[in-house]
Structure formats: structure tokens, C-alpha cells
Ligand binder design. Structure first.
Ligand code: GDP
Length: 312
């Protein structure tokens, strides 16, 4: 399947839910276009009714776009008279996505990316998929298993990295994650790997411990590779919708997360959470997971996202 079709399939539930509501009000509103005596429409687009704005609000809230972004979109739709309801909403959504922080460019080698997030969100799978994506795009990749508490996760990572044909640096279970990270960076420099993906732990006894561990890894990384980590990607499960925002805020503050990977878009009608993240946190969505397979993973494209949900 082509990339856009895969995104479209992944967002199908979200799109269906929004479109159904929009089509109901679109029909109602087309009857409300003010016309002149000659029968020509007076405005360039239909004048929308109060019910319509409520329906837009309901649909966006149900898709987990969140209240602040929804309010902004509704205000924009009231002002914007060009085209159908879907296209007006889509235009404002695109604007919001475009206001998130820019995507970092790869300027030095190794380019170090920390992957952070809570267990169960699809973090391990994401590291494997990301390693594969970079490898496919011609980059040399080294993965560091710095989650030294979950033997099963490391085994899973070993399978994914072998399939992707990339290096894996792992250590004894229970050993110091910062020490494994150090070893991985030494290996990456010696082997001249371009991308280093560090899979960090997702759960410790307390949140304070988790954040302290991430901080220690960050310090090792920045000492060994000046300017690193170049990216800290937070993995969020789209099916938890708005609850993911609270997680994102914590990780943004404590670990300096500067980009989001949104997983499990395929299983949810809450795909609007991407808009809430961009609007409320100004964090760019970098990648999306649309299934369990190694290829079910896409670089996020804001235009394609808007198209998949809002174009007829
Ligand atoms: P971790 O605990 O965060 O490391 O999570 P895992 O990587 O082990 O993933 C947890 C479950 O989510 C596994 O069953 C994965 O196959 C599944 N998963 C991960 N990403 C996606 C996705 O994009 N779509 C779907 N449908 N399932 C996913």
C-alpha cells in the first residue's frame, strides 16, 4: 500500500466519525445559503448556522482534539467562508500543525535520539520500526537497549533489530542504563554509525527515579557527543487520547522531549489528539504507528494527515 493510503487506513476511524457529523450539518446548511433575487449565492461559501458550530465542536471533541484547539478551530470556521465545512476545518487544523516546533535536521554524526515513554505505549516496537525506517532510507543505525529492567523487551528489540539489519548494544539485565548508553556511543563512534536510537526505561519504582535515570542518560550522552541528544522522542499511545497530553507535559519538562511518536492510530477514533499536542504543547508529531508490523510506521506529514481526515 502507498504511504498515503496506509495513513488514510490508519486514520479511517477518526475520519469516519468526523465526516459523519459534518455531512449531516453540511446538508442542512446548504439550504441556508443566502441568495439574491437572481438566485445567485451572495457569499462565496455557505453561511453556517449555530447548530453547525456545535456539531463541529462535538465532532472535534469526540476525536480528542481537545477544548483549546477546538475553540480556535470553531472561531476560524466562523470567519472563513471559503469552501465546504470540512475544508474550512482542515485549513485551520493544518495551520495549527504548522505552528509546532520545527523538526530537527541531522547535521552531526552520530545523531543521537532518545526514545522515552511509558511502558505499553509501543515504545519497543517504535524503536524497531524507527531503526528500520532509517536503515531503509540509507542511514547506518545503532540501537542501544538502555531499558535494562525488561528482559522481554530487550529480546523483542533483538528480533526487530536483526530483521532491520542494524546493530544492537545490550547489557546484563539490571546493569546501569547510563553505562550501556556510554558503551553504545563508543561503539557508534568507532563504527561511524549515523543514527543512535536509545531505548530508555518506561517504568521504575517511582516517577522521580524514572526522570532521574533519564537525566543521567542525557548527561552521559551530552558528555560523549557534544550537542546530543539531538532529539528526545516521546512515544504516546493515541488510543488514550487526551490522557496522553498529561504524560507529554511531564516528559516535556523532565526529559526535554521535543517530538512525538503517536502509536496505534489504527485502532482509534481519537486521532485528533495530534492536533491537541501541536496546539497545546507546540510539539511536532514526528512519526505515527499504524499497525503492528515493521512497515506500519510513517513519517508524519501534516498535509497528508489533513487530507486523510478532511478531504472528501
Ligand atoms: P512498550 O511496552 O511500550 O515497549 O510496548 P510494545 O512495543 O511492547 O507494544 C505494546 C503492544 O502494542 C504490542 O502488542 C505492539 O504490537 C502494539 N503496538 C505498538 N505499536 C502499534 C501500532 O502502531 N498499532 C497497533 N495496532 N499496535 C501497536
Amino acid at each position: 500500500m502507498a504511504l498515503f493510503d496506509r495513513l488514510k487506513a490508519g486514520l479511517a476511524k477518526t475520519a469516519k466519525q468526523i465526516r459523519e457529523r459534518f455531512s449531516e450539518v453540511d446538508e442542512t446548511d446548504s439550504a441556508a445559503v443566502p441568495v439574491s433575487a437572481g438566485g445567485r449565492a451572495l457569499s462565496s461559501g455557505p453561511r453556517l448556522q449555530l447548530d453547525t458550530f456545535e456539531a463541529v465542536e462535538d465532532a472535534l471533541i469526540a476525536a480528542d482534539v481537545g477544548l483549546p484547539a477546538t475553540e480556535r478551530i470553531v472561531e476560524a470556521v466562523k470567519r472563513d467562508r471559503q469552501g465546504s465545512l470540512s475544508s474550512r476545518v482542515g485549513r485551520e487544523v493544518r495551520r495549527i500543525l504548522g505552528e509546532a516546533a520545527p523538526v530537527p535536521v541531522i547535521t552531526t554524526v552520530p545523531h543521537v535520539i532518545l526514545i522515552v515513554g511509558v511502558n505499553g505505549t509501543g515504545k519497543t516496537t517504535t524503536v524497531g520500526k524507527l531503526a528500520n525506517l532509517y536503515k531503509q532510507s540509507g542511514k547506518s543505525v545503532l540501537v542501544c537497549a538502555a531499558d535494562t529492567f525488561r528482559a522481554a523487551a530487550v529480546e523483542q528489540l533483538a528480533v526487530w533489530t536483526e530483521r532491520a539489519g542494524v546493530d544492537l548494544v545490550r547489557a546484563q539485565m539490571g546493569s546501569d542504563p547510563a553505562a550501556v548508553t556510554f558503551d553504545a556511543l563508543v561503539a557508534a563512534k568507532a563504527r561511524q554509525r549515523e543514527i543512535v536510537l536509545v531505548d530508555t526505561a518506561g517504568r521504575l519504582h517511582t516517577k522521580t527515579n524514572l526522570m532521574a535515570e533519564l537525566d543521567k542518560i542525557r548527561r552521559i550522552v551530552s558528555r560523549e557527543v557534544p550537542g546530543a541528544p539531538h532529539e528526545v522522542l516521546l512515544v504516546l499511545d493515541a488510543t488514550v487520547g487526551q490522557n496522553g497530553l498529561a504524560q507529554a507535559r511531564e516528559f516535556q519538562q523532565a526529559s526535554g522531549a521535543n517530538g512525538i511518536v503517536l502509536t496505534k492510530l489504527d485502532g482509534t477514533a481519537k486521532g485528533g489528539v495530534a492536533v491537541a499536542i501541536a496546539h497545546d504543547l507546540k510539539l511536532p508529531i514526528r512519526f505515527v504507528g499504524v499497525g503492528e508490523g515493521i512497515d506500519d510506521f510513517l513519517t508524519f506529514d501534516a498535509d497528508a494527515y489533513v487530507d486523510a481526515i478532511f478531504s472528501a
